[in-house]
Design a protein around this ligand. Structure first.
Ligand SMILES: Nc1ncnc2c1ncn2[C@@H]1O[C@H](COP(=O)(O)OP(=O)(O)O)[C@@H](O)[C@H]1O
Ligand SMILES: [Mg+2]
Length: 193
């Protein structure tokens, strides 16, 4: 039975690196949603403020379903909105990668991201946006697995994913950035409007 594995999470948590390594290990087809959108022109306009294109989610859903159905191997789908555009009935498991906001901010700043993007992504990570979206669309118990990628190597992460796929056991929810930052009294340094 063909498995369809989603790798989602806030930008810069390590989705692409992990998903590609996972696909290689499984001999699976790797689908990157940013590439898919570009190749098939699945956009519906430009977001001027963010200098990014807006995805036509319906067109994306159709194209992705077609690619998954045609695949003859397992499929790994990589994208921060993968959970929203991959039909649940085609999805085997959703892995939501998480990265500590401190490490995430350092990383984004070292990459030269502008302030707007840094704090927008940090808010998304702190408020569990991708996890919430995953649970919203994929309601079957035990389907959504959260993995803390902080300070882990790609091999470790891939190992954890393979273990979940083999045993079927996954932890729904593991991190609480909001709680830990608040406890440390530094939430306002990370959650800026
Ligand atoms: N486990 C990891 N440990 C350290 N650095 C990582 C890890 N995974 C990814 N990276 C680095 O973090 C950056 C973002 O990774 P990437 O896979 O492109 O993230 P995403 O696809 O989620 O935006 C890359 O420069 C990558 O080399
Ligand atoms: Mg990526």
């Amino acid at each position: 039975m063909k498995r369809v594995i989603l790798v989602t999470g806030t930008p810069c948590v390590g989705k692409t690196t992990t998903a590609k390594a996972l696909a290689a290990k499984l001999g699976a087809q790797y689908i990157n949603l940013t590439d898919l959108a570009r190749i098939h022109n699945l956009t519906s306009g430009e977001d001027e403020e963010r200098h990014t294109t807006i995805i036509d989610e319906e067109a994306m859903r159709m194209k992705l379903s077609e690619s998954i159905t045609q695949a003859e191997t397992d499929v790994v789908v990589d994208g921060h909105y993968a959970a929203a555009v991959t039909p649940p009935e085609l999805t085997t498991r959703v892995f939501v990668l998480r990265r500590n906001p401190k490490e995430l901010r350092n990383f984004m700043q070292s990459c030269g991201f502008d302030e707007l993007k840094v704090y927008e992504n940090l808010a998304a990570e702190i408020l569990d946006n991708c996890l919430v979206e995953a649970f919203q669309f994929h309601t079957e118990p035990g389907k959504v697995c959260e993995l803390d990628a902080t300070s882990k190597t790609v091999d470790e992460l891939v190992g954890e994913i393979l273990e979940v796929l083999e045993t079927g056991i996954c932890c729904g929810s593991v991190v609480d950035w909001l709680g830990t930052l608040e406890e440390e009294g530094i939430l306002d340094q990370y959650l800026k409007a």
